[in-house]
Design a protein around this ligand. Structure first.
Ligand SMILES: [Zn+2]
Length: 595
């Protein structure tokens, strides 16, 4: 049966797109996105109509919050708090108390969803307020955050609507003060990150129909981010139907073309990007980098702001990258990397694990000691075999170490997954292509460690990775996969393994698992080390002096640029030079590689 509101909303919408059932922010967004993609010509009218119905309902059916909306369900709340109080009375150490408090807090959140009323409905629909805010207002905060954002080992039994006791007020005062201060500071950090991200991405425009790569990233078929992109090798558009047909044929993953593996640096080709949200290819010349910068920057502000007004819950002390600060730590790679995991420096067997006199422990791999600080938990056992970059302890892997120990490709892969996860855990399911592009642009330069006979690369040069890749691929020979290739160097990139990577047994296995039969092998001598710079230094790796002037260290750029005869192309892919020069003929010769 159709309800009255369903009837009003669906007026003018073709039957196959009718909205049905309970609508909240999430389902409405999903539904409207589908209409925008399938029927862009109808979308503006439909959105207008949904808004009109919303405005009308708000006028006739206005929502107000009464006392009964903020009255706790005393029986359920007091039982939950009472149980927690009794358990805590028996506990003696803070860690166990905090664990019990966090358990009570999550039980409280579940209880909150059953508290019917107009305030709860606003939270549930996604229109206003967060479950955490509702819990604190109506039920009880249960536990407050102290210094370092860590939970305090004390139970808070009353809600804000009833009023806290003086002791409880003291406990929550620190958290409230910090959240207030965070709001004031909220725009500074994300603003800074946003400027850096923009300068890393602004020269990535759509440059040509197809760069010709057969490589891509291996994604699971149930990953929602692969639709509207192209499959590598076959160059088929990935649609829901195509995914279903692959699933029927018992496939579980697919090699997807990606801006991360596009060979057209600093641009991206149409095929590696895939369709835009209107289901079309971006036209050549569109600056996808700027769009990605927007998409990546905006949530960073939201992540800081969500700390405001108690939107965030207290959480246990764990080594994890969270929110804007987590993002900045990962891409900023500070010298002292908080909660850093200990990684194996080379392949070998764990020969011993012993307590260190200063606290912590020493893990020996062959003859090399690896010190694990007291706070970290050891994850390996004696006799276990490890590969370079293998985590010996819990904690966060430092991306610089991952790149050093496992190479450019694995470093990119790690950065991509970790950045995506930071956004995801803050409630932002960001389009993975934005992350892939950011990672490609930020981890794209290499330092030549050994030159080549023909003198193309000289030891010490800093060059874009793609130019080395082209050099190694040129003249590389195809070999069938097999044990004889172990130790040889890849002549092109495969999956996320960069050209020039020596093949280890592990790499060999994963290439075979991805369905590869042959690979190119190079015998050229040129070797390189990938350069992992903090994101804010990446725009300073190029020699386009006008773009560098738009970033930082302006004096450096002027002195070195003048001494080394740097230039800026007013028809290049970076918008800065053209903008300053006056934009003559800007974009008129796009198909000849002039912008
Ligand atoms: Zn491409």
């Amino acid at each position: 049966m159709t309800t009255f509101v369903e009837h009003l909303i669906n007026e003018g919408i073709p039957p196959e797109y009718h909205l049905k059932g309970t609508l909240d922010k999430k389902s409405l967004t999903k539904h409207l996105t589908r209409i925008a993609k399938d029927r862009p010509e109808l979308y503006p009218d439909i959105v207008q109509n949904v808004k009109k119905v919303g405005d009308m309902m708000a006028t006739f059916e206005g929502v107000s919050v009464g006392l009964d909306d903020i009255t706790p369900d005393y029986a359920a709340r007091d039982k939950l708090i009472g149980d927690a109080k009794r358990d805590i009375g028996k506990l003696t150490n803070d860690k166990a108390i905090i664990e019990r408090l966090l358990k009570a807090q999550s039980e409280g959140l579940a209880l909150g969803t059953r508290h019917k009323g107009s305030l709860q409905r606003q939270v549930e629909s996604g229109s206003r307020g967060k479950p955490g805010q509702f819990l604190k207002t109506v039920f009880s905060p249960v536990v407050a955050k102290g210094p370092g954002d860590l939970p305090l080992p004390y139970l808070i039994s009353k809600s804000y609507s009833e009023g806290l006791s003086p002791a409880e007020f003291w406990l929550t005062a620190g958290e409230s003060r910090r959240e207030l201060a965070q709001t004031q500071l909220a725009t500074a950090l994300p603003g800074d990150s946003s400027k850096v991200i923009t300068n890393v991405l602004n020269n990535s425009i759509i440059t040509k129909p197809d760069c010709g790569t057969t490589n891509g990233l291996d994604y699971r078929l149930d990953d929602s981010h692969i639709v509207d992109r192209y499959e590598a090798k076959t160059n088929k558009l990935i649609t829901d139907d195509y995914i279903r047909s692959l699933q029927k044929a018992k496939h579980s993953s697919i090699l997807v073309r990606s801006p991360m593996t596009c060979q057209d640096h600093p641009g991206v080709c149409q095929k590696c990007w895939g369709h835009n949200n209107e289901g079309q290819m971006h036209t050549i010349g569109v600056n996808v980098g700027m769009r990605s910068a927007q998409m990546l920057s905006e949530p960073l502000t939201q992540m800081v702001l969500s700390a405001k007004h108690g939107g965030q819950m207290a959480r246990a002390d764990e080594a994890k990258l969270v929110g804007t600060h987590g993002f900045r730590q990962l891409v900023g790679i500070p010298e002292i990397f908080k909660d850093q995991a200990v990684l194996a420096e080379h392949a070998g067997t764990v020969s011993s694990i012993s307590k260190s006199p200063q606290g912590g422990a020493t893990v020996m791999i062959g003859d090399t000691p690896h010190y694990v600080p007291p706070k970290r938990e050891i994850l390996v056992k004696k006799g276990e075999r490890v590969v370079p970059g293998f985590a010996l302890s819990d904690g966060i892997k430092n991306p610089r170490q991952v790149v050093e120990l496992q190479g450019l490709g694995s470093g990119r892969d790690y950065m991509k997954n970790t950045i995506y996860q930071i956004y995801k855990e803050s409630g932002v399911d960001i389009d993975k292509r934005h992350v892939e592009l950011l990672v490609r642009n930020s981890l794209n330069h290499v330092k030549v460690t050994e030159g080549d006979e023909d003198g193309k690369f000289i030891k010490g040069d800093i060059v874009p990775y793609n130019s080395v890749r082209e050099h190694l691929a040129d003249g590389a020979k195809s070999h069938p996969l097999g044990a004889s290739l172990i130790g040889k160097r890849l002549g092109d990139e495969y999956l996320h393994y960069a050209a020039g990577t020596p093949i280890t047994p592990e790499i060999h296995d994963s290439l075979r698992q991805a369905g590869l039969k042959t690979v190119l092998i190079t015998d050229k001598t040129a070797t390189y080390d990938p350069i992992m710079k903090p994101l804010e230094q990446v725009p300073l790796l190029g020699q386009d002096w006008v773009s560098r002037m738009a970033h930082r260290r302006i004096k450096d750029t002027l002195i070195r640029g003048a001494a080394e005869n740097w230039s800026s192309d007013i028809h290049g892919s970076s918008p800065y030079a053209a903008m300053i020069y006056g934009g003559q003929n800007f974009g008129s010769d796009i198909h000849k590689g002039h912008y």
